[in-house]
Write a protein that binds this ligand. Structure first.
Ligand code: SF4
Ligand code: SF4
Length: 436
């Protein structure tokens, strides 16, 4: 008989107090003090951000920014060592952080899709300007741009690398000085009138209703226009992708393997067959999850402790948040799932939490659900979950581990591993060979 987690869930309560506290952390923004390279790429927007900190970007953009930051962090650590990451630089009162700077300034950008064949100086002028400014600040004529395209249903995720040469760093610095002075003067006069509209115009900017940019002079990305065309560097892209592979942690049996034993088995078999798009996609997902956890201070800070958990040869960690075993998960659902349907829609989350609770002997656990597509008020839901029959849950976990062990030793067939939740098979790459 298949295992139904719903039978072990005695109670689910929405915890409004913790939800509100976490939402507050998610919304928190830190006003920028000094003028940065990013400000000089969109000076009018930089003005509006400082003068109207109460106007926040729409939640989809915040979500994309968080995902981009998460990917940046993971990517940086995969391809570089700590001493070359996020290097702070300063010139003429302007500050900036170069993503990776070992021998040449390297800027990483995340985008939806990478358009082949176009001139990046036109289609991605702000990226080129930012890179040129970093080069000017450290007096290096060569720079490198790494574009990570997330891809879509039709296009795979990919990584492209371009080499740039900026012949006239003096003129880049001169233009930086002009933009800096214009922004400082606008802030001093409390008027953006001397600032051109930015390249963001018409892309759903949150300041459109108050900015008055319809009458502003058009922004000319003069730094990008004066740059040489960028040269694609596929060899470097290949080298970076190979570094992801070597930075990957070894596969091991952990709590997730108890929830998805078959999937873990097939993932293990597949090993080297992973494509670059698979690797990029998984780095993107992990990066996003980490950035979210950082933003709400889950897994770090005074409210969280991490404890080691063992079951036979399996070891993993459980995060206690405010004293209760807690998991944080993200969903792409378009609506908040009603409490009655939670175990049906998210059996895997409840199973994971149930195993954690049973193995640490706690009847209570907590699920923080992040709805990445929803607006602020519905973005996070926090549920306090009470489980019954912890002994039976523990036996189920032990039994799963036993089957995993015996399959790995060749004493049982993978078909004997418990299948994943039914609706998973629709999207699973191991169909139909898995036969679930
Ligand atoms: S409203 Fe226009 S000019 Fe103003 S910040 Fe937004 S895009 Fe830039
Ligand atoms: S085919 Fe079914 S059981 Fe097998 S790994 Fe995929 S979802 Fe899981």
């Amino acid at each position: 008989m298949s295992f139904d987690i719903a039978g072990f869930v005695a109670r689910v309560d929405a915890n409004r107090s913790i939800k509100d506290e976490l939402m507050g952390r998610l919304k928190e923004t830190h006003p920028r003090q000094r003028i940065s390279v990013t400000d000089l790429v969109n000076p009018r927007r930089a003005y509006m951000q400082r003068v109207h900190p109460e106007i926040q970007p729409p939640s989809e953009r915040k979500e994309a920014m968080m995902a981009g930051k998460g990917f940046h962090d993971l990517f940086g650590h995969a391809v570089s060592s700590e001493e070359y990451l996020e290097q702070f630089v300063e010139w003429g009162g302007v500050v900036g952080v170069i993503d990776v700077y070992k021998d040449i300034p390297t800027e990483l950008k995340t985008t939806g899709e990478i358009d082949d064949g176009g001139d990046l100086r036109e289609s991605r002028s702000s990226y080129i300007e930012q890179l040129a400014m970093y080069c000017a600040m450290v007096d290096m004529r060569r720079g490198r741009l790494i574009l990570y395209g997330r891809g879509s249903a039709e296009k795979d995720a990919r990584l492209s690398v371009y080499d740039a040469v900026f012949d006239d760093l003096d003129s880049v610095r001169e233009e930086m000085g002009k933009r800096r002075d214009a922004l400082v003067s606008a802030l001093a006069k409390s008027s953006p009138d001397n600032l051109p509209s930015c390249p963001w115009l018409g892309r759903g900017c949150e300041f459109e209703s108050i900015c008055g940019c319809a009458d502003a002079e058009e922004f000319v990305p003069s730094i990008a226009m004066k740059a040489r065309p960028l040269e694609p560097n596929p060899e470097e892209a290949k080298r970076l992708l190979s570094m992801f592979e070597s930075s990957k942690p070894a596969r091991r049996t952990g709590l997730n393997s108890l929830v998805f034993p078959r999937r873990a088995y097939y993932d293990g078999q597949r090993g080297d067959e992973e494509t670059d798009a698979d690797r990029l996609g998984s780095m993107d997902r992990i990066g996003h999850a980490r950035a979210l956890a950082d933003a709400i201070e889950f897994g770090r800070g005074a409210d969280s402790t991490r404890k080691l958990l063992s079951l036979g040869e399996m070891q993993d960690r459980v995060t206690y948040f405010k004293g209760v075993p807690t998991i944080l998960r993200t969903t792409k659902f378009n609506d908040v799932v009603s409490r009655d349907n939670l175990t049906r829609m998210f059996p895997h989350y409840f199973m994971r939490l149930a195993f954690e609770c049973a193995l640490v002997g706690s009847a209570n656990g907590r699920l923080i659900l992040h709805y990445e597509k929803l607006r602020e008020e519905s973005k996070l839901m926090v549920y306090d979950v009470t489980f019954s029959d912890l002994d039976d849950l523990q036996k189920e976990a032990e039994n799963r581990l036993l089957v995993i062990r015996e399959v790995s030793e060749g004493r049982r067939s993978p078909n004997e591993l418990p299948p994943c939740p039914a609706w998973f098979k629709k999207y699973c790459k191991y169909q139909p060979s898995c036969g679930c």
